[in-house]
Design a protein. Structure first.
Lengths: 201, 201
């Protein structure tokens, strides 16, 4: 049994890895405890339930996305569309890295849980909805900046385009998990730029 | 206990309903038997496993999509892009109908299972990949017709655009399940038309 002081982090890391590579229903508390090398009593000391743990796992994933955004999308010394391009490439690299390490694309952690749980667990549904709204707001901000700096035409609907981009990213993450082919992902990624012209009907 | 002669159909209908509204892992053979009003022995007379049943459920969903396509996309007496529009609206109505009946959007049956099982069950992954390739081929066909009839510019990459449309539809199905709001779905649907201009980088 490893040191108690690391136990919470090991539970989080194990859950993140196991649920992301498989599914929520497929992974039980016992399996997470085994992988984390902690006893069940220790698990319930830190987390009241698998749901509570998974909500914290989602927060960790979101912090990872925010970190990627800070190094790309939110830089202030580059043109907005270049920052957007860097961010989208970084997300693609993150997917690719997982593929290279595990032999399969595993999709978007948010999208996977949204797909599996939206009809079953409204707390989870609302949490994921809130994270993706934050992602959309980051896209909208950079598109508004691109319009203000003359990189995009002023007629472009930045908010709507940002929302359509999130839709495409979630579709792309899901379909890359299905096709499980790095060439497919790099081929289909650029189409997202078409959506920056999107307007509601 | 209802008549044996209907048992197979009742198992299929129950599995279709239960798995679509919940998830694959969450629904067991016993629950399907209970809802179908059949005994477990009868289940295994018709289906060797839950996986085999689910593959047949997917085939039923696909036949439903084909039927929708025959009444819209594959009509010969209308302009290609009008047929595409009719088909996309029909898919939206199908989602909306489920929402009105059950109180929630349940996503794309193919996309849901792709998300849950692509890393866990390669037979299922390949089956879903093949169905979505057929959908993509139908889109590509109608876009090629639109180019041939002068509705779209000849520079448009019909095959690539068709593939990007499938990505968007899957993202839209997943996100409508997450947002669970008919207005969201009707607002974000038209952006798919932007992807018809898409070209690989």
């Amino acid at each position: 049994m490893a040191r108690h002081s690391d136990a919470k982090q090991r539970i989080l890391d194990s859950a993140k890895e196991l649920i992301y590579g498989s599914s929520y229903a497929n992974i039980g508390v016992q399996q997470i405890c085994n992988q984390a090398d902690v006893k069940k009593g220790s698990f319930y000391h830190f987390f009241p339930s698998k749901q509570a743990l998974t909500l914290e796992v989602l927060e960790h994933f979101w912090q990872g996305i925010q970190q990627m955004a800070q190094q790309t999308l939110l830089l202030t010394d580059r043109p907005p569309l270049q920052r957007l391009d860097l961010f989208l490439r970084r997300i693609g690299e993150w997917h690719l890295q997982h593929y290279q390490q595990r032999g399969h694309f595993a999709g978007c952690p948010m999208g996977n849980l949204a797909s599996e749980l939206s009809t079953l667990d409204d707390d989870m549904r609302q949490a994921i909805e809130a994270y993706l709204a934050k992602l959309q707001a980051m896209f909208a901000k950079v598109l508004h900046e691109a319009i203000a700096q003359g990189e995009l035409a002023s007629e472009i609907d930045a908010d709507y385009s940002a929302e359509a981009m999130v839709v495409y990213i979630e579709g792309l993450s899901l379909m890359s998990k299905l096709h499980n082919d790095p060439h497919w992902l790099s081929r289909l990624s650029p189409a997202i730029w078409q959506l920056i012209q999107a307007k509601p009907a």
